[in-house]
Design a protein around this ligand. Structure first.
Ligand SMILES: [Zn+2]
Length: 198
């Protein structure tokens, strides 16, 4: 294995962006940016609410069912328990992964953790009924030069940003599927984002 240090640095940075909203705190917009509870915490509260409705499952059809949420916890807790590291809860291990240093030889595992955490966060947002907090950037993709992307009957901006922290975000292109997330790449898109904020 001849993994380059900058590769693992970029992969770890992406993993931190995947772990934070899931396990620590998620950025929410309510007129201004602020940090809210993590998806894991909100799922736990939703599970408790669904369970405590006089012992009966919630009747509201739009709320996620207790089984949906339980399945999500079973999937994440079982998978994380199999991952290497000191014993503890799912949040303990994700915190450990967030804080420890990673070697270039662990690049594949870091990427695997990132993919799983992104998928769990996406599922949680769907179950919680969150809308995607994407800001269209209104400029051409710097890689494929797409401005629009067409889905069914609708036309949307190809280039969008999703905030991952008060000062950090990922930008992605729906046309070529490129995702930018490193601090250097964020600087490239900050001007576009600031145009919308002003
Ligand atoms: Zn593109």
């Amino acid at each position: 294995m001849t993994e380059k240090p900058e590769l693992i640095a970029g992969a770890v940075n992406k993993m931190l962006h995947a772990i934070r909203p899931l396990a620590f705190e998620e950025l929410v917009w309510d007129g201004q940016a602020r940090f809210g509870d993590s998806l894991y915490q909100r799922m736990r509260e939703t599970l408790t609410t669904a369970t405590n409705t006089c012992g009966a499952p919630a009747q509201a059809s739009k709320a996620p069912t207790r089984m949906d949420i339980l399945a999500w916890f079973v999937a994440i807790d079982a998978a994380v328990a199999q991952w290497p590291g000191p014993p503890g809860t799912t949040l303990d291990k994700l915190t450990h992964y967030h804080d420890r240093t990673w070697n270039p030889t662990e690049l594949r595992f870091v990427k695997a953790v990132t993919n799983r955490c992104e998928a769990w966060a996406e599922q949680a947002r769907q179950l919680l009924g969150d809308t995607q907090q994407a800001t269209p950037l209104g400029e051409k993709c710097p890689k494929c030069e797409a401005f629009w992307v067409y889905t069914d009957e609708t036309r949307q901006f190809a280039l969008k940003a999703v905030m991952t922290g008060l000062e950090s975000f990922t930008a992605s292109c729906a046309a070529c599927k490129t995702v930018w997330y490193t601090p250097a790449e964020q600087a490239l898109f900050r001007r576009m984002l600031d145009t919308h904020a002003s």
